[in-house]
Write a protein that binds this ligand. Structure first.
Ligand code: PEP
Ligand code: MG
Length: 315
């Protein structure tokens, strides 16, 4: 019966009482876009564009980039496509954007910091995105990775708008930006929680170290508190705050995130059906209660177990 219900659930992401939580996919290439395009999703919540740049000896030209972005937008018709500008750094090195070796790449000149160090790289990307957005019916949004401050958010938003792109956002994946999201969201159009990095920086635990996975668990109550702070700040302006980290693809966590107030969940394509189904079974008030239960726990394990018991007392 559960399988049938899962297959029957379709259409936009909604809680049982109809509260919208958009369901989106994460992609990295034009090929990903072509395979995800026919899916029953509301668009792309994270296009990791660095995938286009990695392993190349020289930066793709504006024309080459424009063509790729065009084909990605075309695959999604009139739906939204959130493009993240280049998120490279010493851990994802680019031959044509070498800022030297760093002892702590996760804390170094990566993401938007690289864009600020080499503005041409970012400007060429925005030029290509602006050109591709011209002839498309997709709703194109552009966001920056690794934003920590209002000044950075403002710097980015001005550049995005100067290229004729109407919607500028930031990833919220550094605790500083999450804690001050009211100020950060004031200067951009939307935020998107990168819970992978947000957990890494909240817990001071390198996400590349498998041995630290317990600390990197998004059920850590401190991580949920930081996510909550980010949502409260966004709500103050009535601006959207999505999630595009892996946590959004866990159906149980998706309920908690909806309860914390996130407006969209972007995930690996294979996760969407189960998350849609989980949302359809619970109303918003229940999700809010689950979020409170998760945050009241003292450990990640306790939080997850308590939420699971609330959802199904037989467990
Ligand atoms: C994140 O940090 O959660 C995220 C979505 O971005 P990436 O995994 O590409 O760093
Ligand atoms: Mg990230």
């Amino acid at each position: 019966a559960r399988r049938t219900a899962l297959q029957a659930a379709s259409g936009p992401g909604r809680t049982k009482d109809g509260h919208p939580v958009a369901l989106l996919v994460n992609i990295g290439t034009a090929q990903d876009a072509i395979s995800a395009g026919p899916m029953d999703v509301e668009g792309v919540g994270l296009f990791r564009t660095e995938v286009l740049f990695l392993g190349k000896q020289s930066a793709p030209t504006v024309e080459e980039q424009t063509q790729i972005y065009r084909s990605v937008f075309a695959a999604f018709g009139t739906r939204r496509v959130v493009v993240r500008t280049l998120d490279a750094g010493a851990d994802k090195p680019l031959a044509f954007a070498d800022l030297g070796e760093e002892e702590n790449p996760a804390l170094g000149r990566r993401g938007l910091r690289m864009g600020q160090a080499i503005p041409d790289l970012l400007d060429h990307q925005l030029e290509a995105l602006g050109a591709a957005a011209q002839g498309t019916s997709a709703e194109v949004k552009v966001m920056a990775p690794m934003v920590a401050t209002v000044d950075e958010a403002q710097w980015f938003a001005e550049r995005v708008r100067a290229h004729g792109l109407p919607s500028a956002g930031v990833m919220i994946e550094i605790p500083a930006a999450a804690l001050r999201s009211r100020d950060v969201l004031d200067v951009v159009d939307f935020g998107s929680l990168g819970t992978n990095d947000l957990a890494q920086y909240t817990m001071a635990a390198d996400r590349m170290q498998g041995a630290l996975s317990d600390l990197l668990d998004p059920w850590q109550p401190a991580v949920l508190d930081v996510i909550d702070a980010a949502c409260v700040g966004a709500r103050a302006h009535g601006k959207p705050m999505g999630v595009c980290g892996e946590s959004g693809g866990d159906p149980l966590m998706a309920l908690v995130l909806a309860g914390l107030g996130v407006t969209s969940l972007s995930m690996a394509p294979g996760k969407v059906d189960l998350v849609r189904y989980a949302l359809s079974l619970h109303d918003l008030a229940t999700c809010e209660r689950l979020a409170a239960v998760a945050r009241a726990a003292r450990t990640a394990g306790d939080g997850r177990a308590a939420v699971l018991r609330e959802v199904d007392p037989a467990l």
